[in-house]
Ligand binder design. Structure first.
Ligand code: PEP
Length: 254
């Protein structure tokens, strides 16, 4: 991930179903990315497609994984280590996505994974976000505790390899109209920076913050203009090659 550029990360989740479809989507995304010099585009496909794409990325697209295990080697059936990911050309691993946290991942597991990823020399995209908002603002406390626990095992010296994705659960997988507004994103980004500064000092403030949650071509421009963010993590709209190309162009012109 080249910091200084807008960062646009595609989270394909468990899609598409075949290598042929994945290849076509990847090539269309690569085309759009090659025309956007001011944007750094990362694609996080399902694990089986990573090796295929490491031969196709041509330096235009960075490869990301949707998860990584918290150590290299050992009796961990079904897991994929940071070492393996690095070896096939992955440069960033996402950890702590809410869809994984909802099933079994604790803050502690996410923190161990984040530390293992950066120790391997990869960047890490750490997902955080509140489940719901309440009128009293209690969710800020929930978010603060989540950030503190999620970063408890991450060493300060690796902070330059960390990116945060702020993904409020209430905004994920909806229509762009139900996404967080630019002012909500801005306010929360300021809050996240403050918590990171409390934990890590001035360096904590330099960690780029992406927003994710129902971003589409319709709201991308306003979020980049007024949301105080470095870019986006994009779910369902990244599976639509045209919509995703449009978002990349908007980010390039922002
Ligand atoms: C996500 O789940 O990471 C995400 C951003 O999803 P969507 O864009 O579909 O809301």
């Amino acid at each position: 991930m080249k910091k200084g550029k807008k960062l646009i990360v595609a989270n394909w989740k468990m899609n598409p179903g075949t290598a042929a479809e994945a290849r076509a989507l990847f090539l269309a995304t690569r085309r759009a990315a090659s025309e956007a010099r001011r944007v750094s585009v990362t694609v996080c496909p399902p694990f089986p497609f990573l090796s295929l794409f490491s031969r196709l990325s041509n330096g235009v697209i960075s490869l990301g994984s949707q998860d990584a295990f918290w150590r290299n080697g050992g009796p961990h059936t079904g897991e994929v280590s940071p070492e393996m990911l690095k070896d096939i050309g992955v440069t960033i691993s996402m950890v702590g996505h809410s869809e994984r946290r909802a099933r079994w991942e604790t803050d502690d597991i996410v923190s161990r994974k984040a530390q293992a990823v950066v120790r391997e020399g990869l960047s890490v995209l750490v997902c955080i976000g509140e489940r719901a908002r309440d009128e009293n603002g209690d969710f800020f406390g929930v978010l603060r505790e989540q950030i503190k626990a999620t970063f408890s095992k991450v060493q300060r010296r690796f902070l330059s390899d960390v990116v945060i994705a702020y993904e409020p659960l209430w905004a994920i997988g909806k229509n762009w109209r139900d996404s967080a507004s630019p002012s909500v994103v801005r306010e929360t980004a300021i809050f996240i920076r403050k918590v990171m500064a409390d934990m890590f000092g001035d360096e904590g403030v330099t960690v780029p913050i992406l927003y994710g949650g129902s971003v589409g071509p319709e709201n991308a421009g306003a979020l980049l203009r007024d949301g105080d963010i470095a870019g986006f993590l994009i779910g369902h709209e990244s599976l639509d090659a045209e919509a995703f190309a449009w978002i990349i162009r908007i980010a390039n012109d922002a």
